[in-house]
Write a new protein. Structure first.
Length: 348
């Protein structure tokens, strides 16, 4: 019989190879047990890896859209709150003016003038509000403050023009009739708030763009996602407030003051109507955004399910393999340790 031997060095090297392979497999299995997907998609799926890449890219695109939609939705919500605030201020002004009608009481007039000033201040403050660092009512000029308060200059111009108008009629301002006051307001005050005057680069109130922002909310859908301060609603709001501020305290006759009040109430009603129209248009865009987000959520769910089917591993099986590899590694470490302790000295 022929005997043979196995070198302890060979056994030790074999154990080291086993340990290295087990460690690599253990890292891979631990990652799969934790994430629930293959550690190496390319090796595990082969030609199917292309589908995985495409699905992942589509998910990233959808997440990008959802992120931008969140910003768009927040901007439109903030704009709606601003428009609602303007409407509330306009309604409050109408209430004060209605109480003034038919009265020449100095206190009531003072209150009405103060209310007009407060309403205009509210308009300016709200119209110049920002969201996420961008002006809400500037159209596409989101880095430009939309409104500058020109009420002091316009009021002085209106009062000067009123004196000239009365002088031309051979009257004092206090002697003007309601019809004459209506003619003055229609012919002189209203044009100061036309769109051309409102947006005049030198003397106008607004630096906003007439063009509103557009936002892509899905692959095939783009919405108008902002509004601007050049709207008829905001112009009529300022017209109503300045008409009262400039004219109500000019010692007018009861007839003329009644006409100022009634016309200011009419302008306020037009302002409210215009603001409600803006809010309705934004509301339609918000509804479309909500539906687009629902569709994106559904697409995300479908694609994620496909990815799980494609990349998913049995996490329980992976955990079991990790435990088995751990046991195998401990055994290998023990064997290597025992071999390293072997020495001829122990047998001499």
């Amino acid at each position: 019989m022929k005997s043979s031997f196995i070198s302890s060095s060979a056994i030790q090297n074999a154990m080291r190879l086993t340990i290295r392979q087990s460690q690599q497999q253990m890292v891979k299995s631990a990652l799969e047990a934790t994430t629930g997907v293959y550690a190496d998609i390319g090796v595990s799926l082969g030609s199917g890896a292309a589908k995985s890449v495409n699905f992942t890219a589509e998910l990233n695109r959808i997440k990008s859209l959802q992120g931008s939609n969140s910003v768009v939705g927040g901007r439109m919500e903030a704009s709606q709150l601003g428009l609602d605030s303007m409407k509330t201020a306009g309604d409050a002004l109408v209430s004060k003016l209605t109480a003034l009608q038919g009265s020449q009481d100095k206190t009531s007039i003072t209150v009405a003038v103060q209310s007009a000033g407060d309403a205009l201040a509210s308009l300016m403050d709200t119209a110049n509000s920002r969201y996420n660092g961008e002006y809400l009512f500037s159209g596409i000029n989101t880095d430009v403050q939309p409104l500058q308060n020109q009420s002091a200059t316009v009021t002085a111009d209106i009062q000067s023009a009123l004196n000239t108008y009365a002088t031309g009629l051979g009257k004092d301002v206090s002697d003007l009739t309601g019809d004459e006051m209506e003619t003055f307001i229609t012919g002189t005050v209203e044009p100061m708030f036309s769109e051309a005057s409102w947006t005049d680069p030198t003397t106008g109130w607004s630096s906003a763009s007439d063009q509103n922002m557009s936002s892509r909310i899905s692959n095939s859908e783009v919405i108008t996602s902002s509004t601007n301060a050049n709207s008829e609603g905001m112009r009529y709001f300022a017209l109503a407030a300045v008409t009262v501020s400039a004219l109500a305290g000019q010692n007018l006759s009861a007839d003329a003051l009644g006409k100022v009040t009634s016309m200011a109430i009419g302008y306020s009603a037009q302002a409210t109507s215009g603001i409600v129209t803006q809010a309705s248009q934004l509301g339609l865009s918000q509804e479309r955004l909500e539906k687009a987000n629902d569709a994106l959520d559904a697409q995300t769910s479908i694609i994620q399910n496909k990815l799980v089917d494609l990349q998913g591993v049995d996490q329980s099986e992976a955990s079991t393999l990790v435990n088995a590899l751990q046991t195998q590694l401990e055994t290998a470490y023990t064997i290597v340790s025992k071999i390293q302790q072997l020495s001829l000295v122990n047998y001499l």
